[in-house]
Design a protein around this ligand. Structure first.
Ligand code: ZN
Length: 245
């Protein structure tokens, strides 16, 4: 079963337009950060990735995360839960006003296996309405809870021309119990241009991860919002692979 799932996971991104389904940025796509040009202006090679944060906003953690993103001039995508967005609209406003991007992570984060297609799409729509009330616009990006979709849910999202966003890099911060674990992960992480990194802002370790990766000694890791990776810009590749130890 796992073999089939792995096959589907690897095959879909290869045959489906990125506007409909994206797991990582194109390794051949060298996007330019606002102050950079593919690493030429800095001694350290530039690697563009995407920090993505799920399951927030959280009253205490999200503001700290936004502070550290701002300090290091990193741009991220927050896949928010509709109920929490409704509870903390000020955090949604702050995420947007500081240049980050919003994605839809359903209304309640209901268990995929126990949620019908109709209920799933209804949760997406209700979250749309909440985000639209707060920001004036819908979030077109959707990340299903646990990254799990069946065919009906996938087709339902595609009928709405939504972009399904998964990830290729997972520190499993939600299983960690100490900052030393995320520091160790960051030191061993070998970033590759286009990585989509899954973290959570209902757990505290993403804060230290952003700090560690932003201060990487060997490479300049610049996070860009997911939508940057949906724009077609094919230039020379950034293939540097270097751990941050
Ligand atoms: Zn989630």
């Amino acid at each position: 079963m796992n073999v089939i799932r792995q096959f589907v996971k690897n095959t879909i991104p290869a045959v489906i337009p990125r506007k409909l389904y994206i797991v990582h940025g194109d390794v051949n796509q060298c996007d330019s950060a606002p102050d950079a040009n593919c690493g030429n202006t800095h001694s350290k090679p530039l690697i563009n990735i995407a920090f993505t944060f799920d399951d927030g906003p959280h009253l205490e953690i999200t503001p700290q995360l936004l502070d550290v993103l701002q300090k290091h001039e990193q741009q991220a995508t927050f896949f928010v839960i509709g109920e929490k967005a409704r509870k903390y609209p000020q955090l949604i406003e702050r995420i947007v006003s500081e240049g980050h991007e919003l994605g839809n992570h359903t209304l309640t984060h209901s268990e995929p296996a126990q949620t019908s297609t109709r209920d799933f799409l209804d949760e997406i729509q209700q979250t749309d309405q909440i985000l639209e009330q707060i920001t004036g616009r819908k979030a077109n990006l959707v990340r299903p809870p646990k990254g799990k979709l069946n065919l009906g849910k996938l087709l339902g999202l595609w009928r709405q021309r939504r972009t399904v966003v998964l990830w290729d890099t997972d520190p499993r911060d939600y299983l960690m119990s100490d900052n030393s674990e995320i520091i160790s992960w960051c030191q061993n992480y070998q970033p590759v241009s286009g990585n989509f990194c899954l973290m959570h802002d209902n757990h505290p370790y993403a804060i230290e991860a952003v700090r560690q990766l932003s201060e990487c000694q060997h490479t300049r890791i610049q996070s860009l919002a997911v939508s940057h990776w949906l724009e077609k810009k094919t230039q020379h590749s950034t293939r540097t692979k270097q751990a941050c130890a």
